[in-house]
Design a binder for this molecule. Structure first.
Ligand code: BES
Ligand code: ZN
Ligand code: ZN
Length: 498
């Protein structure tokens, strides 16, 4: 199903057969200055145009402002000049700049299978990694389902860097992480008729086959036997039954046990509490949390991180039908607690609650869940920042640090007593939502926390906003599915690994 990504290589010099050369522009002493292996490029531009690429770029409006791009007329290879922002360029600036430069390449009117060399004077491994990651992520093009051929614009990316062994390691790590992010993007972009829970579960299994990860898929029958009342209720209205995928990576020498849980609603119509058409349109993206968790698992195993990780992807399609669950239904969840259903469109927290309760049985040190959970989180934080809630501030800080290392944005929200008290029910142990729409993201978080035992740390990432970029692309983020969460989860695993 996935198309192949561009290859990623490391080189000390600019490839002679490069079709495109990416150089940076930054301000040195107030003067815009080209960054990269400029010497070679200077010669060919002098020969072709009797001017420097710098002068040409400036005359075409090139700017040092981060992510701005200008494509120069060809002199052998074509040069793309990208703004790197302020001097003392950080890893995040490099990731975004490289992403913008490669996207500019994907938008060139002609050419396919292009070989791109990225030359940005990189030496420190973390900078090499960020630039390489950004380049691969920026080269991503959503798959087109077509009878014709769907050829990628960029076939190879070469990063010019001066380091030695650690530079190669940085490139390999960048490749693993970026490929996993692209895998998550591909899944989220897949139309919902082509990614039912059963198909998604099968693809999860396939994607982990060559890694040291064990995969178990629970189907309706197994879910029924196991008492997964939340997942069964939500999946009950669809002709395509629900699945719970359990994945485990347990390398030798690991001391920390991390559990990941992802929301995998392959389509969220709202159920009997049907969404209006305008709000239903993007609901194929409602499985982004599950995609992030599976893709992160793939990367963690491929990197060989010394940490035990058990991941769960809770997959269901939320549809209205004669077998749908209703508002007012009382469900018995996996851990035995009962829930009065408040709205059939608040389905994510029900599948997540079962999966979190199941994850707790494995006795991990920390459970992190990822879900496109609430529209309220988008009201609070906009489309580019995810919400973060946690059992304690140490866990919250760990996740914020991981997000920063991965180049993703989250903001901590509280879980307040006011909101917790709104989950009281007179007919069951709890209700699945608050009294009104105020603090809706917190109510969902408060509900999930009821399924986390006190002795296990817990973090919750609400990615309803950043999972799907409805605007135009920016930095290394494309239009459509973004693969958000993968980089944060991999960075977290890296930090917790022994
Ligand atoms: N999948 C949605 C949340 C969502 C909304 C994600 C928009 C991405 C974009 C979730 O299942 C949902 O419908 N939540 C409801 C909850 C409400 C009924 C309590 C919401 O946010 O409106
Ligand atoms: Zn919903
Ligand atoms: Zn949903």
């Amino acid at each position: 199903m996935t198309r192949h990504n561009a290859t990623l290589n490391l080189s000390k010099t600019i490839d002679r057969d490069a079709d495109i050369i990416v150089l940076g522009l930054t301000a040195v002493g107030g003067e815009p200055t080209l960054v990269g292996a400029v010497g070679d490029v200077d010669k060919s531009y002098q020969k072709a145009y009797r001017t420097t690429p710098r002068a040409l770029a400036l005359s075409l409006g090139a700017s040092t402002s981060l992510e701005s791009t200008v494509v120069l007329p060809p002199a052998g290879a074509r040069v793309v000049v990208v703004g790197l922002g302020d001097a003392d360029v950080t890893a995040d600036q490099l990731r975004r700049a490289a992403g913008s430069a490669l996207r500019a390449v994907t938008q060139l009117p002609d050419g396919e299978g292009l070989k791109v060399t990225v030359s940005l004077e990189l030496a420190a491994p973390e900078l090499i990694r960020a630039a390489a990651e950004g380049a691969l992520l920026g080269a991503y093009e959503p798959q087109v389902i077509s009878s014709g051929e769907d050829k990628p614009k960029v076939s190879a990316i070469t990063v010019v860097a001066t380091g030695r062994g650690d530079a190669r390691e940085a490139i390999d790590a960048a490749r693993v992480v970026a490929e996993s992010v692209c895998r998550a993007r591909d899944w989220t972009n897949t139309p919902p008729n082509l990614l039912t829970p059963a198909l998604f579960a099968e693809q999860a299994r396939q994607s982990l086959r060559e890694h040291r990860v064990s995969v178990d898929v629970l189907d309706e029958k197994a879910l029924d036997k196991g008492g997964y009342g939340g997942i069964l209720a939500v999946g009950g209205g669809s002709a395509h039954g629900p699945r719970l995928v359990r994945m485990q990576y347990a390398p030798r020498g690991a001391t920390f046990h991390l559990a990941l849980v992802g929301k995998g609603i392959t389509f969220d119509s709202g159920g009997l509490d049907l969404k209006p058409a305008g709000q239903m349109a993007g609901m194929k993206y409602d499985m982004s949390g599950a995609a992030a968790v599976i893709a992160a698992m793939q990367a963690i195993a491929a990197l060989g991180l010394r940490i035990k990780v058990t991941a769960y992807a809770a997959m269901a399609e939320n549809m209205p039908s004669g077998t749908s669950y209703r508002s007012g239904d009382v469900m018995k969840m996996f851990d035995g607690q009962t829930v009065e259903n408040y709205n059939t469109d608040a389905e994510g927290r029900l599948v997540m609650a079962d999966a979190i309760a199941r994850a707790a049985l494995d006795e991990p040190h920390l459970i992190v869940d990822v879900a496109t959970l609430t529209g309220a989180c988008m009201v609070a934080l906009g489309m580019r920042v995810g919400g973060l809630m946690a059992s304690d501030d140490v866990t919250a800080d760990r996740l914020l640090d991981a997000a920063e290392a991965g180049g993703e944005e989250f903001w901590q929200l509280p879980i307040t007593e006011e909101i917790r008290s709104q989950l009281k029910s007179s007919v069951a142990d709890m209700r699945s939502g608050g009294k009104n729409r105020f603090g809706g993201a917190l109510a969902a978080g408060a509900f999930l926390q009821r399924f986390v035992p006190e002795n296990i740390a817990w973090g919750h990432l609400d990615i309803a906003g950043p999972a799907n970029n409805e605007d135009s692309a920016f930095g290394c983020t494309p239009k459509g599915g973004t693969g958000v969460g993968v980089r944060t989860l991999v960075a977290l695993a890296r930090q917790l690994a022994s």
